[in-house]
Design a protein around this ligand. Sequence first.
Ligand code: 3PG
Length: 207
Amino acid sequence: MDVLDHLTAARLVPVVVLDDAARASALADALVAGGLPVAEVTFRTPAAADAVRAVADHGGVLVGAGTVLTPDQVDQAVAAGAAFVVSPGLSRAVVERCREHGVAFLPGAVTATEVQAALELGLSTVKFFPAATSGGTAAVRALSAPFAGVRFVPTGGIGPDDLAQWLAVPSVAAVGGSWMVPRDRIAAGDFETVRELTARAVALAAR
Ligand code: 3PG
């Protein structure tokens, strides 16, 4: 199974913001306990690379790096042990650096032009971001007509109430989001809430 197959099997990609890498291991435990051994750790805080490393060292979670905007961040993410890299948009420089490292890459794409550009770069799975404000499920269904082989990972503005409707779209591989890993709950060390929200998301995704 490659990384994208793993994400497709998990159906969910928790988008994590860690302000303190010392919380990473407990976060990984909570995700595993909640039944979702996957994490996209975003490069939005100075702790990001150390947090990726800590989750990778934990060993029980498939860890990727999110919000990766530059080739230099790709280098940092891969050095820290990221198994996949996610960007909010599509950057040729980032794609090429991921390819040099042999790491799976999920670029953001929400328009036909962006999806076509991803295909030209050899990528057929894209992050549909920001999902809720970019036309919702209707937009993904419409894009899937001309781009039959493309798989989407909608992320951004999705929560428990609309998860099922996104997962019902045949071209949706998995849904990303932060609702099961609230930044303030992680920062407070409230991993029981994280476990509970994660378990609830997993149950909804399994329906
Ligand atoms: C991301 O970078 O993928 C988003 O910030 C996650 O969006 P959400 O917080 O609305 O789930």
